[in-house]
Design a protein around this ligand. Structure first.
Ligand code: B3K
Ligand code: ZN
Length: 874
């Protein structure tokens, strides 16, 4: 496979002003007629170059230029490209292709999912439908006519407004859609199926009435309310916070079961993975409710950040993804608990994005090369990209940031632009110079801040020295210092926030500052202090960096209860727990744990005056994945064992408090997805899982009772998970089969049933995993099922996956090879855990590497998996 470079970007030689599509859908395939109005791009210096169109897995039926059929000699078919020489300056090109959606297992382009037709075009799926310049800087007006059998496909959808419909011969019918907004072909969508429609409406800030519609399979009709409500709140929020009004008269959401990722922001017709949009109290957990709200918002927000203003090329992907993740995170923060939302985002970033950035696939937020763009829908593009926008927000402040985003949307509406255009709009609106800041887009790797301090008691001066360095990453070394906003505060011995005087006699000094780091080393002096303060560093995680500072356990315990920044209170607890767990790794005879941790947790569990949402988060010990990320030469089973030992010690010491906490958080009244209720359920379920870890009979009784009586999935799943992970084998078998019998007809719940087993050290041993792959409900063609068994096993069941005999790695390599033939995108995602082989102790690493080599040697490897495997072995 060849590598594509950003430096080789050229403007398109031809533009397509409009596209007229007709789809004839049949059971044995689909015929696509496409009429393109093409003109030479005045901005291109390519001159009268041949026209080049992308294509993939297409059967060309005919090709005509200005109505005249082109025969074989008049063009060249290069397999992935069609080259037509000698075309005039403007012309009409008619292309007819035949495709087979029913055999499309890659789920790119047009395919079938549970009997319905649907599409996924981003990034390069449109070329699997017809020959076209498949690049985001070619923007066209689309008109789409869909023809299909009426009884099987009563609903026919595409982007924009429906302008015509009618019946045809042989029980067929058609609908024509017209999208007035020029768009790149990656935003094209089509759906045909037997779906029920749920309607609602939204009145925009200028008084326009928008028709909101959800289309789902009839059995899911009762699972739409939450998404619809989230949509309306997102629409209002984008008006209030960004001044962005919706632009079409209709907004549609469709749920499909077979989908490679979460959802897709096609213009006016968002398509969702069923698991990211359908919810009811009985079938979805609190986490799923929150995820759905965030994804609905994310896709909706793309209408401006992505669709109205799109990407010039795929190297600019974070332009729309980073910004849109930032927007959906702000929305979720405004809707629920901002501190908890921040904790969740940072947990993901530090656990998974930092790992990615330290691994073989590390790349900048704006990459400079790729082989397969699907591999670059990464945590770096999305999550680190969002952090970068967040830093601009904190450097500029909310008002200037809003001025910047207004300018960006106004200046670039209808254009395909770059991350640099985004930064320039922010600069122009605010007058700030972000030239050094741009390095965040160009340099890969997580910056490390080494912080040291000293207190000069006689002068009353506290000195904080911060050194930054950025590790080498593939293809990049000797990096320049970046511009880092570093929020901090200082605490006195009583826990009081101290004024931050950068000069002596500074009156009115603030209690929190955002220091701006631009050099490799800075020293800041804080004046007028009577005693050595405790520093609170990188508050609310103001930059995506690692901070190293020699905290004592006393200081951490102190910050846990006194830091005015809730995020840093949580972070101090995590650092304390990490320190305690790390002290036990590889130390199996060490039995006691630090009483400071026990005391801190006792206070958290017992003091109901604390913010319960924060407490619920603080009680979660750092995950095994995070502990692995923090270590060198990791030994996953040893880390798992140490963490378990700490959990069991805590549970034993706090047994009575846990029972009291469980009982105190009993909820009466109707189920609601509010921060308070979510916190209550989370606390209860944490208490339950800890009690079962120590084989507590009362806990077992409570779990069984909760499993039976629960009126919502969070509680039923909480009890199920606790029992599945316990030593009560008979209970485990019983609840698993009861659960399956109850929900076997609901694929979204069966996925959860699969993953609770696959992620469990008790129920997810390798033979059991293999049995799940043979289960009647397992389906190799459904990405959610694959993820819920194989992904959960390799990503969450770490002690099993990293079995010293290497059987877990061998298993994963085998499944990746199998999936590579049917769905390369999913295969390339699934192989990720093996790519981290250098992170692990050699006895593990070597075997992981052997797994990768096995995949590398598979015949006919896809470009997707090829890129990941070769870069990981390099
Ligand atoms: N833009 C899509 C992701 C498409 C992934 C293509 N491999 C969903 C989103 O980020 O909103
Ligand atoms: Zn997105």
């Amino acid at each position: 496979p060849k590598t594509i470079y950003l430096s080789e970007y050229r403007v398109p030689a031809y533009l397509v002003d409009s596209v007229d599509l007709t789809f004839e859908l049949f059971e044995e395939g689909a015929r696509v007629h496409s009429v393109l109005s093409v003109r030479r791009n005045p901005d291109s210096d390519a001159g009268p170059a041949p026209l080049e169109l992308d294509g993939d897995s297409l059967k060309l039926e005919s090709l005509a230029l200005d109505g005249k059929t082109l025969d074989e000699g008049a063009f060249e078919d290069l397999g992935d490209r069609l080259v037509i020489p000698g075309v005039p300056e403007t012309f009409e090109l008619t292309v007819v292709t035949w495709i087979e959606p029913q055999n499309n297992t890659r789920l790119e382009g047009l395919y079938k999912s549970s009997g319905m037709f649907c599409t996924q075009c981003e990034a390069e799926g449109f070329r699997c439908i017809t020959y076209f310049p498949d690049r985001p800087d070619v923007m066209s007006r689309f008109r789409t006519r869909i023809e299909a059998e009426k009884s099987a496909y009563p609903v026919l959808l595409s982007n924009g407004n429906d302008v015509d419909r009618g019946d045809l011969a042989d029980g067929r019918h058609f609908v024509t859609w017209e999208d007035p907004f020029p768009k790149p072909c990656y935003l094209f969508a089509l759906v045909a199926g037997d779906l029920v429609e749920k309607r609602d409406s939204f009145t925009t800030c200028s008084g326009r009435e928008i028709d909101l519609r959800m289309y789902v399979e009839p059995r899911n009709a009762e699972k739409c309310d939450h998404a619809m409500d989230s949509l309306k709140r997102s629409m209002r929020w984008d008006e209030d916070v960004y001044g962005r009004e919706y632009d079409l008269d209709i907004f549609m959401i469709v749920a499909v079961d077979d989908f490679n990722m979460g959802a897709m922001e096609n213009k006016g017709l968002n398509i969702f993975n069923s698991s990211c949009v359908l919810a009811s109290q009985e079938t979805a957990t609190d986490m799923a409710f929150q995820r759905i709200e965030a994804i609905v918002a994310h896709e909706y927000f793309h209408n401006w950040s992505g669709n109205r203003v799109t990407c010039r090329d795929w190297f600019q992907l974070s332009l729309k993804e980073g910004f849109t993740v930032f927007r959906d995170a702000s929305f979720s923060a405004d809707t629920g608990s901002p501190t908890v939302k921040r904790i969740e985002d940072v947990t993901l970033l530090r656990t998974a994005q930092f790992a990615e950035d330290a691994g073989p696939m590390s790349h900048p937020v704006r990459p400079s090369s790729y082989m397969e763009i699907s591999n670059f829908y990464t945590l770096t593009i999305y999550e680190k990209g969002a952090e970068v926008v967040r830093m601009i927000h904190s450097l500029l402040g909310p008002d200037m940031f809003r001025k910047g985003s207004d300018l960006y949307f106004e200046r670039h509406d209808g254009q395909a632009v770059t991350t640099d255009d985004f930064v320039r709009a922010m600069e122009d609106a605010s007058g700030r110079d972000l030239s050094q800041f741009r390095l965040w887009y160009e340099q890969a790797g997580t910056p490390v801040l080494d912080v040291s301090d000293e207190f000069d008691a006689s002068a009353g001066i506290y000195r904080l020295t911060i050194r930054q360095s950025i590790p080498d990453t593939p293809g990049q070394s000797n990096k320049q210092p970046q511009h880092i906003p570093f929020a901090m505060g200082l605490l006195g011995a009583q826990g009081q926030a101290l004024p931050l005087r950068l000069r002596s006699g500074d009156t009115d000094a603030p209690l929190e500052r955002v220091l701006e780091l631009t050099d490799a080393e800075h020293t800041f002096e804080f004046h007028g202090l009577d005693e050595r303060p405790v520093p609170s560093l990188l508050r609310h995680f103001s930059a995506p960096v690692r901070v190293s500072y020699p905290w004592t356990r006393e200081q951490l315990q102190f910050l846990m209860s006194h830091d005015p920044d809730g995020f840093n209170r949580w972070d101090a607890g995590q650092r304390l727990a990490v320190d305690v767990i790390q002290g036990l790794v590889g130390n199996p005879d060490e039995d006691a744990i630090d009483s400071r941790l026990v005391d801190a947790y006792r206070q958290l569990i017992s003091d109901s005056s604390l913010d319960q949402a924060l407490v619920a988060k603080m009680l979660q010990l750092p995950s095994e994945a995070y502990l692995i990320e923090l270590s060198e030469a990791a030994d996953a089973p040893a880390i798992h064992a140490a963490r378990e030992r700490v959990l069991k010690r805590l549970a034993t010491a706090l047994r009575d408090e846990l029972v009291a906490c469980y009982n105190r958080n009993h909820q009466s009244g109707p189920y609601r997805v509010t921060p308070e209720q979510i916190a209550g359920r989370s606390l209860r379920n944490t208490a339950l899982s800890w009690l079962l870890l120590i084989n507590d009979d009362e806990g077992r009784e409570l779990a069984s009772q909760q499993f039976r009586a629960a009126d919502n999935m969070t509680d039923r799943m909480g009890a199920l998970r606790a029992l599945v992970n316990s030593d009560y084998e008979a209970d485990r078998e019983r609840v698993l089969s009861e659960f399956y019998e109850r929900f076997r007809h609901d694929p979204q719940v069966v996925e959860q049933w699969f993953s609770v087993q696959a992620a469990s050290g008790q129920a997810g041993r390798l033979p059991q995993i293999r049995a799940l792959l043979e289960h009647e409900a397992f389906d190799w063609k459904n990405p959610n099922k694959v993820r819920s068994v194989i992904g959960a096993f390799a990503g969450q069941n770490l002690a099993e996956f990293h079995k010293p005999d290497g059987s877990g790695y061998e298993f994963l390599a085998e499944q990746v090879c199998r999936l590579d033939d049917s769905n390369p995108q999913i295969a390339a995602r699934l192989v990720t855990p093996l790519t981290r082989w250098r992170k692990f102790a050699p006895s593990y690493g070597e075997q992981m590497k052997a797994g990768l080599e096995k995949v590398r040697d598979k015949a006919g490897l896809s470009r997707d998996v090829y890129e990941v495997v070769h870069k990981s072995l390099a």
